[in-house]
Design a protein around this ligand. Structure first.
Ligand code: DGY
Length: 323
């Protein structure tokens, strides 16, 4: 039997690539260079399945025309806001993603950013490496205590909940949650969390605010000048979700004007570009979209795409079908 043809848009961990080569007639992007729009269009015309990542913009143009061959988009990642779902559905293309397997890694990184920003970890390391450290002194590089503070979590899906568990059970933080729908009281009880009705209620009472909601059109620039203005003047904003959730220009203005105290960001509005006003600040910690970047997690993400694709081509329902 001929194997389905599959195009993988970026390098994947070696073990997964080897397994893909066994199961499919696979074309790998061994140079790991992001595809041009034209190359992406060609992939959809030439292969039975395309396995993209967050760096691939799969818009209506890519998914237009009557010569599309692909039947499956097996997204390497849980977020799929880079894919025009309606256009894919119009072409009869199934989309799968990789939930669950990156929850812990991403929640770990959210916690790392909370700690790194509050305790000035990046700034301290830069200070030491640049030879400026003159020795211990009582007033040197005082940061903010994390233990016992209030963490507001916006979006209470798997990653939001996992972050809450780390913060509450590990650091004794009080958890406040804002989510579009009512959260099951049993889930709130795990971290003694309170659900706020609106952001207006949540933001003024939090020392840290961490974003875990999807980057839907309605959540674009959810955090803007007005929302930043509702936060405490020493509050720290954490974003491991998607860059589009935060208006970076408003964030920079808020940091400049002392409206909030700092930010820990793993994602940016126009990755890999970072709005210049962020780069030279000491009150922000900036990471290159590392939320799921552990060997264990990236392997698990790849195998999850593979599992979904094998089910799909066997005529079964893939377990992570999103459209
Ligand atoms: C995800 O899974 O959404 C990560 O951000 C990588 O895309």
């Amino acid at each position: 039997m001929t194997k389905p043809t599959v195009f993988v848009t970026r390098r994947w961990p070696e073990d997964v690539e080897q397994r893909l080569a066994k199961e499919f007639d696979v074309t790998l992007n061994t140079d790991d260079v992001p595809l041009t729009q034209e190359a992406m269009k060609d992939a959809f015309k030439a292969y039975d399945a395309v396995f993209p990542t967050v760096t691939d913009k799969i818009d209506a143009d890519v998914l237009s025309g009557d010569s599309i061959r692909a039947r499956l988009i097996g997204n390497f990642g849980v977020g799929y806001n880079h894919i025009n779902v309606e256009a894919a559905v119009r072409q009869g293309i199934t989309i799968t993603n990789t939930p669950d397997v990156l929850t812990d890694a991403t929640a770990d990184l959210a916690m790392a950013l909370i700690l790194a920003t509050a305790r000035r970890v990046g700034e301290g390391e830069r200070h030491l490496r640049s030879g400026l450290w003159t020795g211990w002194r009582p007033t040197h590089m005082m940061g903010r205590q994390v233990t016992g503070k209030t963490l507001g979590i916006i979006g209470y899906g798997r990653i939001g909940q996992a972050t809450a568990r780390r913060a509450h059970l590990g650091f004794g933080m009080q958890i406040k949650v804002q989510s579009r729908s009512p959260v099951d009281p049993a889930i709130l009880a795990e971290t003694q969390a309170e659900q706020a009705g609106t952001l207006d209620e949540l933001l003024p009472s939090c020392d840290f605010v961490s974003l875990h909601c999807p980057a839907t059109a309605e959540n674009k620039h959810l955090i803007n000048a007005a929302r930043l203005g509702q936060m405490k003047s020493d509050a720290i904003l954490i974003n491991t979700g998607r860059g589009e959730l935060v208006n970076e220009k408003d964030l920079i203005a808020a940091l400049n004007d002392g409206v909030i105290g700092g930010a820990g960001l793993d994602v940016f509005e126009e990755e890999p570009k970072v709005t210049p006003g962020l780069i030279n600040r000491q009150d922000v910690v900036l990471l290159p979209h590392l939320g799921s970047a552990t060997i264990e997690t990236r392997n698990a993400m790849g195998f999850r795409v593979l599992e979904n694709a094998m089910a799909f081509f066997a005529g079964e329902e893939p377990k992570d079908r999103v459209a």
